[in-house]
Design a protein. Structure first.
Length: 417
């Protein structure tokens, strides 16, 4: 049905597109093209020429927008002067030989511009006796840290030992060296490895140490012991008995402490001398007593520590040159004691060791005026070679004080060259 210009039917409404009348004799104007049609009509050659024209403008725009490149970042770090070939000596893949002492070496070079001074070698265990080939290392020079490990009292299995090296280059530096090894099953087992008695032992108390020999063919042949020595003077030791079995032989030691033990905590040593070429000397460290306390201060509820002497370093060192005794020497010790204590004598074990002391003059940096403490310097040396196998010693410094005799015991480590 028609209604004006609209046509209604059952289908959706559509608008009729006007069609231009066709006239064969009159030229027809083409219909105008929109932008999309114009772009489609551009040939690839025209596009390429257009882009070439735009390139200079684009480059100029990018140069303007991108900021100048920042200068390269320079990080200046001062590296430690000592460079080690290795910081971990790991031989734990193979079982170590059964020897009383196993030695590892750590080689290094001073790659800095200044001399290096080694300040301290601090071991992680008393069974270590580290030493440096030199304390001052010039630029470019090489050196080594030698780490002997006393294995006689160490349990079997994989063991790890550390030594902390403190040095200056001239900045203070620290580096840790690690030694890892697989120790064999004990052929000679010492139990306990250290005799420790906290407090004053009873006069009749006896402490037993057993030395078990598991070596093949030695079950029926106990150790042949020539003598037993102990230090300091209040430590006594003797052989309590020996026995044999199917798998091992055993030696028992009896250790006692006399009543004249001075107050304080002290370090001692029991040494068993044998005819065995593998174990000529068996040594058992001893720790006895405790640091004393004085009367508590009126302003404090905690008791104060009783006056005592102390050594720096706490453990001394003796280098033994078995080929030339004149080249053997001990490290100097600085002993600090309360003012009013008089250093009377110094006892040395083993007997081949000797020691002397000097007292700094008063009113000096070592002994300033009105100080509550005074300092002594102890120098050690060897008059003869100790028995092969001696790895430890002890120095007993005797004092006369207003409160009676007092002592300072300093454990020693022997390093054989």
């Amino acid at each position: 049905m028609k209604f004006g210009n609209l046509l209604f039917s059952g289908s959706p409404t559509t608008r009729e597109t006007p069609v231009a009348p066709s006239c064969p004799n009159v030229p027809q104007d083409p219909l105008p093209m929109n932008a999309t049609d114009q772009l489609r009509s551009v040939t690839p050659l025209q596009r390429g020429l257009f882009l070439l024209l735009l390139l200079p403008s684009l480059g100029s725009a990018l140069t303007t927008l991108i900021p100048d490149a920042a200068p390269p970042l320079q990080v200046l770090t001062e590296r430690p002067a000592l460079v080690f070939e290795t910081y971990l000596a790991d031989s734990s893949q193979y079982e170590a030989e059964s020897r009383p002492v196993i030695t590892e070496e750590f080689h290094f070079r001073n790659q800095g511009q200044n001399p290096v001074e080694i300040i301290e070698l601090k071991p992680s265990c008393g069974c270590l006796a580290p030493r440096a080939s030199a304390n001052i290392i010039a630029p470019g020079e090489t050196g080594r840290i030698t780490l002997p490990v006393r294995t006689a009292n160490e349990p079997a299995g994989i063991r790890e030992y550390l030594v902390n090296v403190r040095y200056q280059d001239p900045k203070p530096r620290e580096v840790t060296l690690t030694c890892r090894m697989l120790l064999p099953e004990k052929k000679l087992l010492i139990e306990p490895r250290v005799v420790m008695v906290m407090g004053q032992p009873a006069p009749d108390a006896r402490y037993e140490v057993s030395i078990s020999d598991f070596r093949e063919g030695r079950a029926q042949q106990p150790l042949q012991i020539s003598r037993v020595e102990a230090a300091p003077f209040f430590v006594k030791a003797s052989v309590a008995g020996q026995s044999s079995g199917e798998e091992l032989s055993q030696t028992r030691l009896s250790i006692q402490f006399t009543a004249d033990q001075p107050p304080g905590q002290h370090r001692g040593l029991v040494s068993v001398f044998t005819s065995d070429p593998d174990y000529p000397v068996i040594q058992i460290p001893v720790v006895v007593g405790r640091r004393g306390t004085a009367a508590a201060d009126s302003n404090s509820s905690q008791p104060a520590e009783a006056p005592r002497a102390r050594s720096a370093p706490e453990m001394g060192r003796v280098v033994v040159n078995r080929n030339d005794i004149s080249q053997s020497a001990g490290s100097d010790l600085q002993v600090t004691a309360p003012t009013g204590w008089t250093l009377s004598t110094i006892d040395c074990w083993p007997a081949q060791l000797h020691a002397s002391h000097t007292t700094p003059a008063a009113d000096t940096p070592d002994n300033p005026p009105n100080s509550a403490e005074q300092q002594f310097r102890i120098t050690m040396g060897l008059r003869d070679l100790p028995t092969t196998g001696v790895q430890q010693g002890v120095l007993t410094v005797n004092f006369t004080t207003p409160d009676g005799p007092r002592i300072l015991t300093v454990p020693l480590s022997f390093i054989w060259l």
